[in-house]
Design a protein around this ligand. Structure first.
Ligand code: ADE
Ligand code: ZN
Length: 324
């Protein structure tokens, strides 16, 4: 559906595998000669899950349709194409090397396929895409550190940052400090999911123990005025995904979501789609449903580019596109 709010947009919080729409999951399964995993869809043909942990399971089941480097390239191409149709000029995509590694696909071959998808989308739609390497919290600090080592050993012009998703209730940010320190020292931008299913203490720990300039979600910070003040003071940007938060039951509806309270407290926020088909949203929907003026939405698009982990020249070029 064409978004109502037709301004240039940007996105810095979207997961590669979480962007696969059911129709593409079916196509990939067919192409790879696989039957779709049991219980993948509900009666309406949507991905089936009921709470945060079953969402993570459902996400893993969708990943099983990915088999070859080309599949990963097609997924990022397909998402960038649809984001461009929503008006996005830039998308920073969370990509986990765990799945390709389990399939025996080398880091180099996987990145080459993603690059091909990004370049194809760039040629056809003028959109710029970049990659954030993301580790999975519940797999533990050793896997995260190994991933960080692999990332810095093989720099790639499209890999701009490091992040962590997964089950926020497991481990503590400080357990991942060695991985974050390693990539940070090499000049990569850092972000971490926090303050989504766990409260403000999770965000406090993240900004105390990790070299992050952004927090994935971070919406539970609204429960702690001192934390909102600290985020505003330090200019730490929240990658807010209201549709995801409502779908996962953090808030009853968009009216109950703290987006406006965070803005009023001076916290720098961005708008993002997280895992769009899982949460029945898109970047365009997030802008349309935010309940913000066009002026504020333009400010958010601009902030998104500023908070991105892009090189200075590309940032400048894209800022010109989002500034009227
Ligand atoms: N991985 C994909 N989506 C996620 C989310 N919303 N929270 C944590 N990890 C994720
Ligand atoms: Zn996320």
């Amino acid at each position: 559906m064409t978004p109502k709010i037709q301004i240039p947009k940007a996105e810095i919080h979207c997961h590669l595998e979480g962007s696969i729409p059911p129709v593409l999951a079916r196509e990939l399964a067919e192409r790879n000669g696989l039957s779709l995993p049991a219980k993948l869809f509900d009666a309406k043909g949507h991905y089936a899950w009921k709470d945060f942990l079953s969402f993570l399971d459902s996400y893993d089941r969708v990943c099983t349709v990915l088999k070859t480097p080309r599949d990963f390239g097609d997924v990022i191409y397909s998402y960038l194409a649809s984001a461009a149709r929503d008006g996005a000029v830039y998308v920073e995509m969370f990509c986990s090397p765990e799945r390709p590694a389990a399939l025996g696909i080398s880091y180099t071959a996987w990145l080459a396929a993603l690059t091909d998808g990004i370049d194809r989308a760039g040629r056809e739609f003028g959109i710029v895409g970049r990659i954030i390497i993301i580790c999975i919290r519940h797999l533990g600090p050793d896997r995260a550190f190994a991933m960080a080592k692999a990332m810095v050993a093989e720099p790639h012009p499209y890999v701009v940052g490091f992040g962590m998703g997964g089950d926020e209730a497991r481990f503590s940010p400080i357990d991942f400090a060695p991985a974050y320190r390693l990539v940070h020292e090499k000049g990569y931008g850092c972000t971490v999911h926090a303050g989504e299913v766990v409260g403000p203490e999770s965000v406090w720990a993240a900004i105390r123990d990790l070299p992050v300039t952004r927090i994935g979600h971070g919406v539970r910070s609204a429960e702690d005025p001192a934390l909102m003040e600290e985020l505003a003071r330090r200019g730490i940007v929240l990658e807010v995904c209201p549709g995801s938060n409502v779908a996962l039951g953090l808030y009853a509806d968009r009216e109950a979501h703290p987006l406006h309270r965070l803005i009023d407290a001076g916290v720098p926020v961005t708008l993002n789609s997280d895992d769009p088909p899982f949460f029945h949203t898109t970047l365009g929907t997030e802008y349309d449903m935010a309940g913000l003026s066009e002026k504020e939405l333009r400010r958010i698009a601009r902030r998104t580019i500023e908070a991105s982990f892009l090189d200075a020249d590309t940032k400048r070029r894209l800022l010109e596109k989002v500034t009227p």
